[in-house]
Structure formats: structure tokens, C-alpha cells
Design a binder for this molecule. Structure first.
Ligand code: HEC
Length: 114
């Protein structure tokens, strides 16, 4: 009887474990799919454009003002070979960056340095 209970419990754990893994991998909107870019309007554009040359981590590790982001985008265009963005995309990208990765939202490890 105890052996039966034990194997039942084991079976339950295996099923529960498989269900848990399914549930976590089915979550396609997880931050990991975007290299840590937080969810929000414009994320697809930022990921598609900015992560085509370098990791999006290079973007998420920053915490910049809107002006500084605008300068960064100009710098990508002028010096790093990024194609110029049309006005609509530029606004979307700039809105996203200055909303989600602004000076108040610096990751803890960036916050330490002034
Ligand atoms: C055509 C390729 C290309 C594209 C597209 C591109 N970058 Fe870059 N980016 C680079 C290169 C090359 C560097 C490294 C420059 C260096 O450190 O000299 C860089 C570096 C950076 C850095 C690091 C700056 C630092 O201080 O270390 C940031 C932030 C950045 N890019 C943001 C962006 C953002 C935001 C976008 C999208 C709007 C973008 N990049 C798109 C090529 C690109």
C-alpha cells in the first residue's frame, strides 16, 4: 500500500513537472525573447532594429534621457552604419526607449555609477 502511494505521488510529480515546463515555455511574451527589453509599445521595432547589429543588452543596460537616446540613435546612423529611421519609427523607438529605459529605470548595476 505504501509502495502504491509512493508511485502515485511520483507519477503526480512527473505530470505536474511536465505541465509546469509547458506553461513556462508557452509564455512567448516573456522578457527573455527580447533579450530583457521590457514589454511595451515599440518593443518589436527596437528589438528588430537595434538588436540586428548588437545584443539588445547593450540597449537595456543603458538608462538615458530622451535627448541622450536621440543622440544615441543619431550616433548609430552617423557612425555605426544604421539606416536612417523614418519619422514614425523614430518616434516609436524614441518613445519606447525614453519611457522604459530612462534615467529613472536604470538597472541596479548601472545605477551605482553616476
Ligand atoms: C548598423 C548596426 C547598428 C544598429 C542597427 C544599431 N547599432 Fe547600436 N551600436 C553599433 C555598434 C557597432 C556599436 C559599438 C560602437 C562602439 O562602441 O564604438 C553600438 C553601440 C551601441 C550602444 C552602446 C553605447 C555605449 O556607450 O557603449 C548603444 C546604447 C546602442 N548601440 C544603441 C542602439 C540602439 C538604441 C539602436 C536602435 C535604434 C542601435 N544601437 C542600432 C551598431 C549598431
Amino acid at each position: 500500500m505504501t509502495a502504491n502511494l509512493y508511485s502515485l505521488a511520483r507519477r503526480f510529480l512527473v505530470v505536474a513537472g511536465a505541465a509546469f515546463m509547458l506553461a513556462t515555455t508557452a509564455n512567448a511574451d516573456s522578457d527573455d525573447d527580447y533579450d530583457g527589453l521590457p514589454p511595451g509599445e515599440g518593443r518589436d521595432e527596437v528589438y528588430g532594429i537595434c538588436a540586428s547589429c548588437h545584443s539588445a543588452r547593450l540597449v537595456t543596460q543603458q538608462g538615458l534621457s530622451r535627448e541622450a537616446w536621440a543622440e544615441t540613435i543619431d550616433w548609430m546612423v552617423d557612425e555605426q552604419g544604421m539606416g536612417e529611421l523614418d519619422d514614425e519609427t523614430n518616434r516609436l523607438v524614441l518613445d519606447y526607449l525614453s519611457k522604459h529605459l530612462n534615467i529613472d529605470h536604470r538597472p541596479a548595476h548601472v545605477k551605482k555609477t553616476p
